[in-house]
Design a protein around this ligand. Structure first.
Ligand SMILES: Cc1ncc(COP(=O)(O)O)c(C=O)c1O
Length: 383
């Protein structure tokens, strides 16, 4: 099998799975229980938090565990909106965010909030001057993804963070779900107040994630109850998932330098070979793009046709993002980048992990050529 759909999710690392199982098996008490067994589990949770703090270079009390990227993004957007609405009801984001940002913003319109969706250029990158022009007296939050999940474009996070230092009342949230381990982000020096990371994109388990909240920032909780996670996120902690997530984060970081070099080489080969095929247009920009995502269209064929033909060869890629691929609508990101509707309907996303190899890329290219040639034969016969 060739698995090139790592932006949808990654294969759990065996070491991560082992940790998850061990914690579930031997440390299943509730960390809130007052007995010593609960105390042991609480200690494990504290150790995991300390590990996150070290790996991310932030304070322990700045880490809030959630059920994943979607919940962290919802908390960042709605938690900020509800807590700071007396100060203003205007939020700035981009038109190419993950649905967990866009739909959170859309929901807030029912509560009287106004949203500015910034455009991106043909490379999928926003214009910082446009961002500054869109700031208003009542702006309370700017939320920008670091790496786009469909095409891999990178936003100028540091520049935005520096700009927003001139507006101390505006919070800056960054969706770092596709970037962790692949594209650097400095939570201390990039002017970031809130940041989302998800475990299953880095060989951790689905259903675990975190929201970094800079010390001193207040958000309204979305989930209330037993007051876990310092009242921001109630519910018995997923200790085994969190401890496994800490391991996944550490392993991804350790593998990052060598891994990035390797996937850059693989992506270069894919880009060079695919751009020499007449029917193919590449959408991922050369510059300002993450090392693991390549998005392209094959002329005349819907993305799903190619995806299913490749799947017959035991090769797995996506059309748009995993969340949007079943909706059968053109890619919002590609339309925002000025691509035609036909192109936005025919896009394919290849997304790599550090475990992928050059040999897999070579087989992928040969297989894709075969798929295109077979489809052309069928088309010619039917004309
Ligand atoms: C950029 C981005 N943000 C958020 C999410 C949501 O993360 P999760 O699947 O952990 O809810 C995804 C998932 O695809 C993503 O790519």
């Amino acid at each position: 099998m060739i698995y090139f759909d790592n932006s949808a999710t990654t294969k759990p690392d065996p070491e991560v799975l082992e940790t998850f199982l061990k914690v579930n098996q031997y440390y299943y008490a509730n960390p809130s229980s007052i007995h010593s067994f609960g105390g042991k589990v609480e200690k494990l949770l504290q150790q995991a938090r300390a590990q996150f703090s070290k790996l991310l270079n932030v304070k322990e009390n700045e880490i809030f565990f959630t059920s994943g990227g979607t919940e962290s993004n919802n908390t960042a957007i709605k938690g900020t909106a509800f807590h700071h609405q007396k100060r203003g009801k205007h939020i700035i984001t981009t038109s190419i965010e993950h649905p967990s940002i866009i739909e959170s913003c859309e929901q807030l319109k029912d509560f009287g909030f106004e949203i500015t969706y910034l455009n991106v250029d043909e490379k999928g990158v926003l214009n910082i001057n446009e961002l500054e022009k869109s700031i208003r007296e009542d702006t309370i939050l700017v939320s920008i993804m670091q790496v786009n999940n469909e095409v891999g474009s990178i936003q100028p996070i540091n520049q935005i963070g520096q700009l927003l230092k001139n507006y101390p009342k505006i919070l800056f949230h960054v969706d770092h779900v596709q970037g962790y381990g692949k594209v650097d982000l400095d939570l201390n020096n990039d002017g970031i107040d809130l940041c989302t990371i998800s475990a299953h994109k880095i060989h951790g388990l689905k259903g675990t994630g975190l929201l970094y909240i800079r010390e001193g920032i207040q958000l309204s909780p979305l989930i209330t109850g037993g007051e876990q996670e310092r009242k921001l996120r109630s519910g018995t902690e997923n200790t085994s998932g969190i401890v496994a997530f800490a391991k996944a984060l550490r392993l991804e970081k350790e593998r990052s330098i060598k891994g990035i070099l390797q996937i850059k080489e693989i992506l270069k080969l894919l880009r060079d070979e695919l751009s020499s095929i007449e029917e193919i247009s590449i959408h991922t920009p050369q510059k300002y793009a993450a090392p693991h995502i390549l998005n392209f269209s094959v002329k005349h064929y819907k993305g799903e046709v190619i995806v299913h033909a490749l799947e017959e060869m035991d090769i797995y890629v996506s059309t748009t993002s995993a969340c949007s691929s079943k909706k059968n609508i053109p890619s919002r990101t590609l339309l925002a980048m000025g691509r035609t509707e036909e192109m936005a309907n025919s896009s394919i996303r290849v997304s790599l992990a550090f475990e992928n190899t050059m040999e897999e890329a070579i087989i992928f290219i040969q297989s894709l050529k075969k798929v295109i040639s077979n489809l052309e034969k069928v088309m010619r016969r039917s004309v």
